[in-house]
Write a protein that binds this ligand. Structure first.
Ligand code: SF4
Length: 325
C-alpha cells in the first residue's frame, strides 16, 4: 500500500453517471494501491441544505450504490458517516484557532457560495474548508484524490497543517494530492454538469427502460437538424459518453456521425444499449444487496468503529500537543 487515502462526498441519494465517472470509479480503483477511508460528509451537507428530512434515506441509497460499484469493506476500505465520529468536530475547532479569518473569506469557493445562496451565508459555510482539513488530518491521510479544480482545497489543508505543526509540534500529516481523471460529465441537457437538482441526470440504479428514455432526451449536435446533416461528434455529449461505454465502436460512430451514415436516434439507442450492458452487473449486485435491509447500516457502524479507532488517538495527540489540561 502506498499510503492512506481520504475522500468525502455529500449524501445525495442514488448516484448518477456523473458521480460514477467523476468519483466512484476512482474510489474503487484506489483500493488497489491505498488503504481507503471514504466518508459521507453529512455535516458538510448542512452548510447548503435546509431541508434535512431525507438525509438518512439519501445516505443509505448512496452507500448501496457505492457497495454495488465495488467499494468494499472486505478489502480494508472504511466507509462511514462523518457525524458518527464526533472527534472531527473537536479537531475542526482546534484547527479553526490557527486559521486566518481573511484567508477563508478570500477563498474562491466561499465567494462562489455567497453568489449561489446569498440568503444563507452561514458560519458553517465560511468554516467549510477547515472542517474539510479536519476530515483529512483526523485520519492522517497521506493522499487525497482531487480533480484539478479541487487542488486549492488541498493546498489550504497543507497550509493549515504546517501552521498547526509550527505552533504546537509535528502532529498532523500534510496530505499529497493524487491527481485522478475526474471526468466532468455533462447532463442530458448538454449544457450543464450532470446534477440531480437540475434533473438532467441518469441514475445508475434506473431500469434499462428508464435509462433508454433518459438517453433519448439527450441534446446532441445542434447543427444536425435533419437526418442527412453531417454531425460534429466532438461537441456532442452522447459521443463523449460513447467514448467510455462503447470503446470498440467509437471510431465507427465518429466516422458515421461525420458522414451522416448514422442518425442521432440510432446513435442514442446504441448508447443506451451499451450503457445498460455496462451497468447490468452493478444493478444485479445492487438488487442482491438491497435484500439485506440492515446491510448499509451495519457497514456504516463498522466503518465508524474503525474510523474512530484511528481518530481517537490522533485527537488525543492533538490535545496533548496543544497542552489542553
Ligand atoms: S450521431 Fe451520435 S455522435 Fe453524432 S451528433 Fe448524433 S448523437 Fe451525437
Amino acid at each position: 500500500m502506498k499510503g492512506r487515502v481520504f475522500s468525502g462526498a455529500r449524501p445525495t441519494g442514488r448516484q448518477h453517471l456523473g458521480n460514477y465517472l467523476g468519483a466512484i470509479q476512482n474510489y474503487v480503483a484506489l483500493q488497489d494501491d491505498y488503504e481507503c477511508v471514504y466518508c459521507i460528509v453529512d455535516w458538510h451537507a448542512l452548510t447548503t441544505l435546509r431541508d434535512t428530512e431525507h438525509l438518512r434515506e439519501w445516505t443509505a441509497e448512496m452507500v448501496l450504490d457505492w457497495l454495488a460499484a465495488g467499494m468494499d469493506p472486505a478489502r480494508g476500505t472504511i466507509i462511514f458517516v462523518q457525524s458518527h465520529v464526533p472527534e472531527v468536530t473537536q479537531l475542526h475547532l482546534a484547527l479553526s484557532m490557527v486559521t486566518p479569518f481573511g484567508k477563508l473569506e478570500d477563498l474562491p469557493t466561499f465567494k462562489e457560495k455567497i453568489r449561489q445562496q446569498p440568503d444563507n451565508v452561514n458560519y458553517g459555510l465560511l468554516g467549510y474548508p477547515v472542517l474539510m482539513a479536519a476530515d483529512i488530518t483526523l485520519y492522517k491521510a497521506s493522499h487525497v484524490p482531487v480533480g484539478e479544480d479541487q487542488a486549492p482545497h488541498i493546498e489550504f489543508t497543507r497550509e493549515l497543517v504546517r501552521s498547526f505543526n509550527y505552533h504546537f509540534g509535528p502532529v498532523l500529516v500534510e496530505p499529497q494530492a493524487v491527481h485522478t481523471a475526474f471526468r466532468r460529465v455533462m447532463g442530458t441537457d448538454g449544457a450543464n454538469k450532470m446534477s440531480k437538482s437540475l434533473n438532467n441526470h441518469i441514475e445508475l440504479a434506473a431500469t434499462p427502460e428508464e435509462t433508454q428514455a433518459r438517453v433519448m432526451t439527450m441534446v446532441t449536435d445542434p447543427a444536425r437538424q435533419r437526418r442527412n446533416d453531417p454531425g460534429h461528434p466532438e461537441i456532442c455529449n452522447v459521443f463523449a459518453l460513447h467514448q467510455f461505454f462503447s470503446p470498440e465502436q467509437v471510431a465507427q460512430i465518429k466516422a458515421d456521425c461525420r458522414s451522416a451514415a448514422i442518425g442521432c436516434v440510432d446513435c442514442k439507442k446504441l448508447f443506451a444499449k451499451n450503457l445498460n450492458a455496462h451497468l447490468a452487473p452493478f444493478r444485479a449486485r445492487r438488487a442482491e444487496l438491497s435484500t439485506q435491509p440492515n446491510l448499509v447500516w451495519d457497514v456504516l457502524a463498522e466503518g465508524a468503529r474503525r474510523a474512530q479507532a484511528i481518530a481517537g488517538p490522533v485527537l488525543a495527540e492533538v490535545k496533548a500537543a496543544i497542552g489542553l489540561p
